[in-house]
Design a protein around this ligand. Structure first.
Ligand code: NAI
Ligand code: ENO
Length: 315
């Protein structure tokens, strides 16, 4: 593939990057950091001994630490890449070991609950700047990462009030070098926007695949055989990591329930249009939604490749 990421930096932005949790996102950050020379040294930690062994075997970090506390020693950038529900306990473990002046960030799909869980454990000298790269796939684990995952995707920073602008700019430079576009948002607003653009769509996918699996009149093999008719795209999303998504729903409860309420109302309206034979109402909606899809494609936010989510050969 063409080198969309461009040449490596002449000087690293950070001396020592510690990544805690090396799944899809942690390993992708390790790949892009190495490829772009974002950090002089990359240290990895993971709660799972199997994952630590795999990371060592793949050679995607310079060091694999036994514990998160050991990994963050002397790091000037620490990024938590574990499931949302694990962030608080990790912060508690690493808090006393963080270097003064270090930047601590995360990649969690929810922001307000992570801030509430992490912030109390941090020494005042540490710059906590939460972030969320809106980029991913349905794959997980250290072998699923690739260096171009963040290319032309958004990374949303949600700095707390009074955050040091220099530290925010350094983290923004990190994400831009990784290929992402950076936007800043209030944490609560982030959670509301992502509830409708990511969280509820995943819930709908989990639900429709579950509904199909539970049908008595239609066999599982028929569902698989005839899945091209729309169902197939839902199954990709419904294959996403169960722990990660459990944590997202438990930690963005209010915004998800608010958006689900609106979704249910609109679905009821659609139901009524079908029952009453309101073809005009149906085609009006479908025309508006088609325009939204075309707008997304024009912005270059859609990957047309059928193997989206697979590694792009950069190891
Ligand atoms: N998968 C996706 O498409 C995206 C995920 N995210 C967020 O990124 C984070 C990571 O997601 P993935 O990389 O997809 O997950 P993953 O399941 O591929 O990897 C998570 C890793 O964290 C490790 N882990 C769990 N608890 C830990 C702990 N207490 N200490 C250290 N390591 C721990 C696991 O062993 C696993 O290796 C999540 O917070 C998720 O919300 C953000 C954007 C996209
Ligand atoms: O694979 C997909 O379609 C995704 O939606 C990936 C994704 C999952 C979680 C996020 O917080 C951001 C992106």
């Amino acid at each position: 593939m063409p080198d969309r990421l461009g040449a490596p930096l002449s000087e690293p932005l950070f001396e020592r990057l510690a990544l805690i949790g090396i799944g899809l996102i942690g390993s992708s950050l390790a790949h892009v950091s190495r490829r772009k020379g974002l950090a002089r040294t990359i240290v990895a930690a993971d709660a799972s001994a199997d994952v630590r062994a795999k990371v060592a075997e793949l050679g995607i970090a310079d060091h694999v630490a036994e514990t998160a506390a050991a990994a963050v020693e002397g790091a000037d950038l620490v990024i938590l890449c574990a499931p949302v529900g694990a962030m608080g306990a990790i912060a508690q473990e690493i808090g006393p070991h963080l270097a003064p002046g270090a930047i601590l960030s995360d990649v969690g799909s929810v922001k307000a609950s992570i801030i509430a869980a992490v912030a109390p454990h941090l020494p005042p000298s540490v710059h906590f700047i939460p972030a969320h790269p809106v980029a991913g796939t349905e794959y997980s684990g250290p072998e699923s990462g690739f260096s171009t995952l963040f290319f032309n995707r958004w990374s949303i920073l949600t700095p707390l009030e009074g955050a040091d602008p220099k530290a925010v700019a350094r983290l923004a430079a990190f994400w831009k070098t990784a290929g992402a576009n950076v936007e800043t948002m209030q944490p609560a607003h982030h959670d509301l926007v992502l509830a409708i653009t990511s969280h509820v769509p995943h819930l709908i996918a989990y639900n429709i695949v579950g509904t199909a699996a539970d049908l008595e009149e239609v066999t599982e093999s028929e569902v698989m055989k005839f899945s091209a008719g729309g169902f197939r795209d839902f199954t990709r999303i419904a294959a996403s990591d169960p722990i990660m998504w459990r944590d997202i729903f438990l930690n963005n409860k209010e915004a998800v329930l608010e958006m689900l309420g609106r979704f249910t109302e609109d679905l009821t309206a659609l139901q009524r249009m079908i029952r009453r034979g309101d073809g005009q109402g149906l085609s009006d909606l479908f025309t508006r939604t088609r325009a939204i899809r075309r707008g997304i494609i024009e912005q270059g936010q859609e990957t047309a490749a059928p193997d989206f989510g697979r590694r792009s050969g950069d190891g």
